[in-house]
Design a protein around this ligand. Structure first.
Ligand code: UD1
Ligand code: UDP
Length: 360
């Protein structure tokens, strides 16, 4: 099987690493994997660092699309992906998650009749205006096989008539967390940053609904400052470049005891998550990793796709205002989530590879 894996944004490099690791260890004689990087993320700290840390194959193609409006960015990707597919005699395309790179990969391949496999299928926020919701619905409906991480995702896909193409495999991010967390723990990240286990909170913010609405952005950063002063913790915030740009434009500042640091590498991030008293985040991946690592989280959104984490009491939602965020912190800092049971057993990538081979 000649497989084109399409990635472009930070969480996709991480997710793809789990499947690539399985492919390169046991399947290199039956599957030839080539990686296409759309270039959606391009800063060293948003892209190269993950290739260096996670042993991903170097991209055979980098389209270098860069940042642009959704239409322009997706159109550039479509053109480049189609070109690669027409010249490459691929048997299948593998896409991850719900970014513009996912949408472009699924659309370009399905128009050419190349089967699409979609990892992390079936997530729904029920917010139709959310770019990721649009991307994931289209990608799911165009895909030949849908790899659902949770039972909720399976139910969502069944509800849309996609049950016969769906397999419940668990979450590839759990595969990675189990593999890399002990390595990350030994890496000296906390010592380097002058942090002590349990004495700080970890925050990430990058979701468009938060960064692009100045009132929400200000409410969140005031909320982080309120957590720092009310609970006497440092809040460490590795900030996405989008967030820094929007903060500068809106005149939002970090506030006292909220320490902005550059985007972290994956191993540093896993170490920071493991040592945090509480994780505050609007990231899908960071929400899940906090859960995998047994850390409670405050979700800086009005809704989440990962509802089971909230239902289990390991996370809670907080509105974008200081009182709501500080109150949520007060509840969550007393919780010790079990961190297991919802996302499979760490063998999602093996299940995906076996299913892909069966379905070609
Ligand atoms: C994208 C995904 C989002 C995902 C996130 C992961 C879409 C619609 N959104 O959001 O689902 O959660 O990636 O991190 O695909 N920028 C840089 N350097 C980079 C990359 C981006 O400076 O290497 C800045 C640019 O100002 C750019 C902005 O970040 O305009 C947004 O980047 P973009 O890739 O469009 O969306 P993300 O917010 O990263
Ligand atoms: N991540 C990272 N460094 C950071 C922030 C996030 O390595 O500074 C990792 C995080 O551990 C997780 C993934 O990136 O594996 C989540 O990606 P992101 O938050 O960018 O997007 P989302 O999951 O919301 O789509």
């Amino acid at each position: 099987m000649k497989l084109l894996t399409i990635v472009g944004a930070r969480p996709q490099f991480i997710k793809a690493a789990a499947v690539s690791r399985v492919l390169s260890r046991g399947y290199s004689s039956v599957v030839e994997e080539r990686l296409l990087h759309t270039g959606q993320h391009y800063d060293t700290g948003m892209s190269d660092v993950f290739f260096d840390e996670l042993g991903l194959p170097r991209p055979a193609v980098n389209l270098g699309v860069g940042s642009a409006s959704h239409g322009v960015q997706t159109a550039r990707m479509l053109e480049g992906i189609e070109r690669e597919l027409l010249g490459g005699a691929y048997d299948a395309v593998l896409v991850y998650g719900d970014t513009n790179s996912t949408l472009a990969g699924a659309l370009a391949a399905s128009k050419l009749g190349v089967p699409v496999f979609h990892v992390e299928a079936g997530l729904r926020s029920r917010v139709a205006s959310m770019p990721e919701e649009q991307n994931r619905i289209v990608a799911d409906h165009l895909s030949a096989r849908l790899y659902a991480p949770t039972i909720t995702a399976v139910d969502n896909l069944r509800g849309e008539g996609l049950g016969s193409r769906t397999a419940l495999v668990g979450d590839v991010m759990l595969d990675n967390a189990l593999h890399y967390a002990p390595i990350a723990r030994r890496g000296g990240t906390l010592r380097r940053l002058g942090l002590v286990d349990g004495s700080y909170a970890l925050a990430t913010v990058h979701r468009a609904a938060n960064t692009d609405t100045p009132g929400r952005l200000r409410g969140i950063f005031d909320g982080l400052a309120a957590v720092a002063s009310r609970f006497g913790v440092k809040v460490v915030a590795p900030l996405h470049p989008r967030t820094l740009r929007c903060m500068a434009q809106a005149g939002v500042e970090c506030g006292e005891c909220v320490v902005a640091v550059p985007p972290a590498g994956y191993l540093d991030m896993l170490a920071l998550e493991q040592g945090a008293a509480v994780v505050l985040t609007d990231s899908g991946g960071v929400q899940k990793e906090a859960y995998f690592l047994g850390r409670p989280s405050v979700i800086l959104r009005d809704e989440t796709e990962w509802t089971e984490i909230v239902d289990q009491g390991a996370a809670c939602l907080a509105a974008a205002d200081p009182g709501s965020i500080a109150d949520a912190y007060a509840v969550m800092c007393r919780r010790e989530p079990s961190g297991s049971g919802l996302f499979g057993d760490g063998s999602a990538a093996v299940k995906i590879v076996n299913d892909m081979l069966k379905n070609l």
